[in-house]
Design a protein around this ligand. Sequence first.
Ligand SMILES: C[S@@+](CC[C@H](N)C(=O)[O-])C[C@H]1O[C@@H](n2cnc3c(N)ncnc32)[C@H](O)[C@@H]1O
Length: 349
Amino acid sequence: MISYQVLQGDSYDILHSLSENPEQRGKYRIIITSPPYFLHRHYGQDLHEIGQEKTAVIFIEKLAKIFIACRDLLTEDGSLWIVIGDTRRKSGKLMIPHRLAFKLIDGGYTFRDDVIWYKKNSVSSSSKYNLAQAYEIVLFLSKNERSFTNMNSIRVSGNEARDGRNKVPSSDMMQFEPLAQDKEKITRIRQIIHDAKHNTPFEELPTTSEIARAYGYDPEKYCPTCYRKFKRHATRKRIGDHKHYPIFAVCNPQGKNPTNVWEVPTKAHYGNEHFAIFPEDLIARIVKFATEKGDWVLDPFTGRGTTGIVCAYLERNFLGIELYSENVSKARENIMAAAKERIALKIDS
Ligand SMILES: C[S@@+](CC[C@H](N)C(=O)[O-])C[C@H]1O[C@@H](n2cnc3c(N)ncnc32)[C@H](O)[C@@H]1O
C-alpha cells in the first residue's frame, strides 16, 4: 500500500522534529525539491517563507541548514536532489547553486553532479548585456560516497552528437542480440590484431565486417543504442597504436548512460495560475534513477505537489512539506488525482 502525505508548516521546524524521531531517521531514499529562488516572488505573507532574505548569504545559510537537517532522514544509500535557479543582481550572477553546494559538502554530503536542466522553450531576454538564461542546475548530492542508482531505468538511445546522421532505423534492420558467434574465428582475429604492428598494411587485417560477423552481428544491421551499423563498431585504425582497444565493442543494448545535460521543456502551468512548478518528466527521471518501487521520497518545498504526483505514478511513498495551506490542499488534490489515474489506467511503472 503506497502512502502520500503533505504536512503544512515551515520546512526547517518539521524536518527538525522528524529527525528527532528514530522511525523517520534513515527512512527516505531520496529528497528531491525546488526551493524558492532568491528574491524572485512572494508565495504568501508568512515570515517563515524562504527567498525573501536581506542577503544571498543569509538565504544560502537558511537553505543549507534545512538540507543538513535532512541528511539524517536519508537512508545510508540515499541522495539529495535540489533543482535550483540562480539570481542576478545588476549584471552579476550570485552563483547560488554552487555556493549552496559548498555548504552541503561541509555538512557531510558528497557532491555527485551539477546536472544542467536545459529548458529549450525558455523565454527570451531583452537585456542588452546578459545572455538569456536557459538552464537551471540540479544539484545531485549523496549522504555518503555512494548512493543507490538504477542506470538501466534511464538509459538513452541514439547518438545526440550526430542525431542528424544516425536516424532511427526500422526495427527489422536492428539487431539486439549476437547470433551464432564464431569462437575460432574470434581467436584468429584477436591473434592477428595482437601481432599487428603500427605499419601492418590494412589489407592484412580483418575487415570490420568480418569482425562484426565473427562476433555474431550482421555488419549491415543497426545497433539499437547508437544506431550505427555493426560494421562501424570495429575500428581498424586503432589497431597497432592501441592494442588494448577492444576490437569489437557493442553498445549496451539497453542504451547509453545519459549525459549530465538534460533537455526537458518547462511545464505548462496548471490552469492559468502563475506558479513555479517543475516538469514531471524531470522529476520522473530522478525518481526512476535513484529509487525503487515502494521507497520513501521527501520534498520539503512541495508547492503544488509535482514530486508527489510522480511518486503516485511510479508507486513510491511520498511525504511533502509546504508552508501555505492553499498549496497543501492543491498538492493533495493533484497527488490523489494522479494516484487514481494510475489505478484506473493500470499504468505499469
Ligand atoms: C519553487 S516552489 C516549489 C514548486 C514545486 N516543486 C512544484 O512543482 O509545485 C517553492 C515552494 O516552497 C514553499 N515555501 C517557501 N518557504 C517555505 C518554508 N519555510 N517551508 C515550507 N515551504 C516553503 C513555497 O510556498 C512554494 O510553494
